[in-house]
Design a protein around this ligand. Structure first.
Ligand SMILES: Cc1cc2nc3c(=O)[nH]c(=O)nc-3n(C[C@H](O)[C@H](O)[C@H](O)COP(=O)(O)OP(=O)(O)OC[C@H]3O[C@@H](n4cnc5c(N)ncnc54)[C@H](O)[C@@H]3O)c2cc1C
Length: 602
């Protein structure tokens, strides 16, 4: 069948997020004559303050935001009947333009675990180095010093973070290390590094650092506000892409379709939600899923949309009151104009002020010791033994604190700090597919899997208590914001409330009763949320094992079609995932350059 094509490119990217920008940018730089088109549903981010000024990251979560879209999961009994919500990015640069900018990397062994030819850590470490300019310390063997993405300590030291490290080391009895992102160190208190350029004080995103910096190349085109419906095939050879105006970022535009032709390759790079949806709309997926949407099957690939590691990292935030004199992000996040102007003026003169901060300066990639494991009990034991015990480089969770209130509640204008636990390798797995809604329009059939596996809630429950013990010993502590903590029964020693100052470092721990523990568990099932690290829905595995792409990112059963984004990740990684998206982008660029015979710098 032939179609009228609007125009023709060599390579078309369906989705213009973190990974797509890396691949497109690298390929365009290698061969400026390559005609590349990025089709992105969201809008441009070029030089927009909301994207380049680090402190503004949280505004993208606002209910009216158009730079993020909301995916509503199916209600789950493991979340007390709640329908969980997972945001994903919707703009050029994708997650890299809206994320929290925290720099972490997984242990090298995570990649060896994938068991995919060519993706072993020894092959990937040179690419991890190629990505970054590590401004924090010189001459570290696993870090890079010439890459486009700048990693720094951020624009301002937060006293609350120093307190967290100091108290954590003493109370929690762990060492300090100056780098827990060296691909093996964990279980040490350390500073959080950020994807913030130490010289410009700006966000280090994939859009500005891989594609916007090549605006002089007319062959690298970015079309925004374009929603990719499906890939067009001739026989089973991908030849182009069909798209409409994006209903979120262009709500008033018509919905008529256009088609662009790709002479060399179509790359689906729409993230863990967008990519499986595009494949399914193109007839690639499980028969039952396609049939219910009246889509003719082109390739039987039941792994599309499965393996959802939204199993992603599970997060719980717990806010505390902080001392009046503490320096926090609160005045900026509340929009206090005089404080914003003061910090903007400093930032403009020397690029160092709270404008260049995300408020999150300290962490531990925590791994329980024997005593802690005993307290965590038998529900976690099988998971520990099977997965963590013999792998000292693997942490169970990241424990951290933000200097400021990170949440959507309307709180009085005071100072806050927010403790956060992010579990790194939850066992539950979900899925995401398209379906037809009651109105006949496309909808999402999304099972998060959150807390399905009984072992997944244990570190959250334990981590809540540990963070509270650390928090209440920090000099800036002034009590818990009770509305966002478990509602402990009246009279319990665990009841939350304001305090006049911190507890003594040697004070006894709070004793929790069985009823208190139930309150914590219920609270976590009611409130735990995504870590925004969705991945795995077009997994790079064998076809027999529900894989969707092979080791060279080719979609099984068709030609000329690759997937390049975090949907290809076959097994969960123990890290905030921007580092993995950048890595997948660099690897994908190499693979595509080799396939097309383009010579690139190694
Ligand atoms: C709120 C938030 C906070 C985060 N914080 C951190 C952090 O601090 N540190 C860290 O390391 N990681 C963080 N991450 C994770 C990291 O940013 C993501 O894992 C990463 O950006 C994912 O890259 P990707 O290329 O797979 O997808 P994305 O970057 O999400 O890109 C997918 C793109 O495809 C577009 N798209 C989807 N469907 C279509 C369609 N049909 N047509 C056209 N375009 C489409 C989307 O609009 C999006 O721009 C965070 C993510 C979020 C959302």
């Amino acid at each position: 069948m032939s179609y009228p094509f609007l125009s023709e490119f060599d390579i078309i990217f369906a989705g213009g997020g973190s990974t797509a920008c890396v691949v497109a940018g690298r390929l365009a730089a290698c061969d400026p004559s390559l005609r590349i088109l990025i089709l992105e549903g969201g809008q441009h981010t070029l030089n927009k303050a909301a994207h380049v000024q680090p402190y503004q990251y949280f505004i993208h979560q606002a209910p009216t935001s158009t730079t993020m879209t909301i995916n509503v999961g199916n209600p789950s009994p493991h979340l007390n009947g709640r329908a969980p919500i997972v945001h994903c990015a919707h703009c050029i640069g994708g997650g890299s333009s809206v994320n929290f900018m925290n720099y972490t990397r997984s242990p090298a062994s995570d990649f060896d675990d994938w068991g995919v030819d060519g993706w072993e850590s020894k092959n990937l470490i040179p690419l991890m180095k190629k990505v970054e300019t590590y401004e924090v310390q010189a001459d570290r063997p696993t870090h890079g010093y010439n890459g486009p993405i700048k990693v720094s300590s951020g624009g301002w030291k937060m006293g609350i973070s120093e307190e967290f490290i100091r108290v954590g080391m003493k109370y929690h009895k762990r060492r300090f290390s100056d780098d827990s992102n060296d691909l093996e160190t964990c279980n040490t208190y350390t500073h959080m590094r950020r994807y913030i350029d130490g010289t410009t004080g700006m966000r280090s995103d994939a859009a500005h650092h891989y594609v916007y910096n090549q605006a002089h190349n007319p062959n690298l085109q970015i079309w925004v506000g374009k929603h990719v419906k499906r890939v067009i095939f001739e026989d089973k050879h991908a030849v182009g892409v069909e798209f409409t105006d994006d209903p979120v970022s262009c709500p008033d535009a018509g919905q008529s379709s256009s088609i662009v032709r790709a002479s060399k390759l179509v790359v689906v790079s729409a993230g863990a939600f967008g990519s499986p949806a595009i494949l399914e709309r193109s007839g690639i997926g499980a028969e039952a899923i396609l049939k219910r949407c009246d889509i003719q099957q082109l390739v039987d690939l039941p792994g599309v949309g499965e393996n959802y590691r939204l199993r992603d990292h599970n997060i719980v935030f717990s806010p505390y009151f902080a001392a009046d004199g503490a320096i926090t992000m609160d005045p900026l996040w509340r929009g206090e104009e005089n404080v914003i102007q003061e910090h903007l003026a400093r930032w403009k003169s020397n690029r160092k002020s709270l404008i260049a901060q995300n408020g999150n300066d300290a962490k531990i990639k925590w791994r329980p010791d024997d005593e802690e494991l005993k307290v965590m009990g038998s529900t976690f034991e099988p998971r520990w033994k099977e997965f963590f015990q013999d792998r000292p480089e693997m942490a169970v969770a990241i424990l951290t604190v933000f200097a400021g209130y990170l949440g959507s509640g309307d709180l009085p204008p005071r100072n806050y700090m927010t403790a956060e636990i992010t579990t790194l390798y939850p066992a539950s797995v979900g899925s995401v597919h398209i379906k037809l809604g009651e109105d006949g329009k496309e909808d999402i059939d999304f099972t998060t899997g959150f807390l399905d596996d009984p072992s997944d809630i244990v570190p959250l429950n334990f981590g809540y208590k540990k963070l509270r013990e650390i928090g209440r010993r920090m000099p800036s502590y002034r009590g818990e914001v009770a509305a966002f903590h478990p509602p402990f029964p009246e009279g319990s020693a665990a009841v939350c409330g304001e305090a006049t100052g911190p507890a003594d470092l040697n004070a006894p721990d709070i004793i929790y009763t069985a009823e208190d523990d139930e309150a914590i568990e219920r609270f976590h099932r009611d409130t735990m949320q995504t870590g925004w690290h969705s991945l795995g829905t077009c997994a790079m595995k064998s076809r027999a094992d529900q894989g969707v792409v092979d080791a060279r990112l080719n979609v099984y059963g068709v030609t000329n079609l690759k997937v390049a984004d975090l949907s290809i990740v076959p097994k969960i990684v123990g890290t905030n995932t921007y580092s993995t998206a950048l890595l997948v982008g660099e690897k994908a660029a190499m693979i595509i350059a080799e396939d097309l015979g383009i010579k690139c710098r190694p």
